[in-house]
Design a protein around this ligand. Structure first.
Ligand SMILES: NC(=O)C1=CN([C@@H]2O[C@H](COP(=O)(O)OP(=O)(O)OC[C@H]3O[C@@H](n4cnc5c(N)ncnc54)[C@H](O)[C@@H]3O)[C@@H](O)[C@H]2O)C=CC1
Ligand SMILES: O=C(O)C(=O)COP(=O)(O)O
Length: 472
């Protein structure tokens, strides 16, 4: 990937047009994250505040952003306020169209549907950064991205509560066969039954994956009188009266309701299959709002037909349609029609995180992270690069530049970089590594126009270079 193509800089003499938020004495921010990052004057929670004049490292109008999958308006607004060119699409794109579009952009914003594989990223010659406006990042080849200097950000917990609340609703709906009763009434049938309808009080909820969502759910389930057990690969602090169990089998044997909250990884693929259904109590329930690949769906259909599993709720599927209105059935998922014929099975279209609250919060959090990265090179919250943060450069600091050097994590790089920077005053320098990739950020002063190109060219000529950016 050509580093030059992504090295967006303006000559120093263009600084007059390079002011950022200081053009107006009062700028509006919605996020406390932004506020503290900008070193602003007001206290947290204030909508309007005076911010110091910041240097913008380039003409922000040059930055092209593609937002897919109906990213929330809050996120779009933050990006547009920076002056970036923002193209917004409601849906994801088929691979060929995605490849065509991604060639041109510096930033792409996606949700859980868009697959950024190595094949797609290879074409993304200008791409600086990916924003996943969701929790999961399994849809992005994070390793390929890091090794090619593309930062990836997500929103690690802004929709956790929404998912947990949906699961609580599903537990009660399954226990009372409410979906079936409602469907019958819609068809004009009155069918008043209590057979195999239960209270959830005193029942055991088994949570697989006790992270942000699993632990939030644990609190809610406890409050509703359920006992909670959980299984996780990590040893994690129990909340309330929950208890960790040592194996997945132990959880399956004891739980009345099993709910899955693990990420999509090679280890979690078909984590719940024939053997696991055999371990579950007869008449128990399964809920999957994690990723479609975690449950072996033909095995679930068998277990439900055999009466082993009394009900299930699925929010996620191995293949999900690209857009609202698309048909959900056999073409995408060959078992789609079988699923639809089962009783007490709730099917929802991947809406676990789809609430107004969650989508707004995600929009702000991810867009703020993108702005910080694009304008200042700050990687705080990145899921694939080392997390580096430094204060913002301001107009009170003329002849300063910020050097960002993403490089292979091999011995001797710092010595060579510092030889290149040696003619200038290095005000501050931070470097950190994550696996094979390292990220160095240095603020230097006494920089002249002609120095910038020289610094960049010399850094680019090092063998270790993945990507060089010089911001000023
Ligand atoms: N349906 C929806 O709309 C949404 C779905 N999700 C999905 O839910 C998943 C979980 O989300 P969070 O709780 O925020 O993630 P998290 O990262 O906070 O927690 C995941 C937990 O799973 C554990 N884990 C990982 N591999 C495991 C394994 N093989 N066996 C047992 N435990 C394992 C981890 O140690 C961690 O504690 C996300 O990765 C995403 O795929 C997230 C948000 C919305
Ligand atoms: O946050 C996640 O990981 C989710 O699964 C929600 O994805 P979505 O934003 O609805 O495509």
């Amino acid at each position: 990937m050509a580093a030059e193509a992504r090295d967006i800089i303006q000559p120093l003499e263009k600084r007059a047009v390079s002011y950022s938020l200081g053009e107006s004495p009062t700028a509006t921010f919605h996020s406390p994250v932004s506020n503290s990052f900008m070193g602003s004057a007001g206290g947290a929670g204030q909508a309007h505040r005076v911010v110091p004049k910041l240097l913008k490292p380039f003409n922000t109008e040059d930055i092209k952003i593609l937002l897919l999958e109906n990213v929330n308006q809050t996120g779009q607004d933050i990006l547009k306020r920076q002056g970036y060119q923002v193209e917004f699409l409601k849906t994801s794109l088929p691979e060929d169209q995605l490849i065509e579009k991604i060639r041109d952009v510096h930033v792409i914003g996606i949700r859980s549907k868009t697959k950024l594989t190595d094949k797609v990223l290879r074409e993304a010659k200008n791409l600086l950064v990916v924003g996943c406006f969701c929790i999961g990042t399994n849809q992005v080849d994070l390793d390929y991205a890091a090794k090619h200097g593309i930062a990836v950000f997500n929103s690690p917990f802004a929709n956790s509560r929404s998912v947990a609340e949906l699961v609580i609703a599903e537990i009660i709906v399954l226990a009372r066969q409410l979906g079936d009763r409602s469907n019958e009434m819609h068809r004009g049938t009155w069918n008043k039954v209590s057979n195999k309808c239960w209270e959830i009080r005193g029942k055991t909820l088994g949570i697989v994956g006790y992270g942000h969502i699993g632990s939030q759910l644990s609190v809610l389930a406890n409050a509703m009188g359920m006992s909670v057990i959980y299984y996780d690969v990590l040893s994690l602090m129990a909340i309330g009266t929950a208890q960790q169990v040592p194996t997945l089998d132990a959880l399956l044997q004891e739980a009345d309701f099993v709910t899955l909250h693990v990420p999509e990884t090679p280890e979690t693929k078909n984590m719940i299959s024939t053997k696991q259904f055999e371990q579950m109590k007869t008449g128990s329930y399964l809920i999957n709002a994690s990723r479609g690949t975690v449950v072996d769906i033909p095995a679930l259909i068998k277990a439900m037909r055999a009466g082993k599993v009394a009900g299930a709720a699925l929010d996620v599927y191995p293949n999900e349609p690209a857009a609202n209105g698309d048909y959900f059935t056999s073409e995408l998922n060959h078992w789609g029609d079988d699923l639809r014929s089962l009783n007490n099975l709730i099917l929802s279209p991947h809406i676990g995180g789809s609430t107004e609250e969650a989508q707004r919060a995600i929009g702000v959090e991810v867009s703020d992270a993108l702005v910080r990265y694009i304008n200042q090179g700050i990687t705080l919250g990145s899921v694939n690069l080392p997390e580096i943060t430094m204060r913002s450069l301001t107009l009170d600091e003329p002849n300063h530049a910020r050097v960002i050097y993403i490089h292979r994590n091999v011995p001797g790089v710092l010595r060579k970089v510092n030889e290149i920077l040696a003619d200038h005053n290095v005000d501050k320098q931070i470097s950190d590594s994550k696996g094979d990739v390292a990220y160095l950020m240095a603020d230097i002063s006494d920089v002249k126009v002609e120095d910038i190109k020289d610094i960049r060219d010399r850094l680019d000529s090092l063998n270790s270079r993945i990507l060089t950016r010089v911001l000023y």
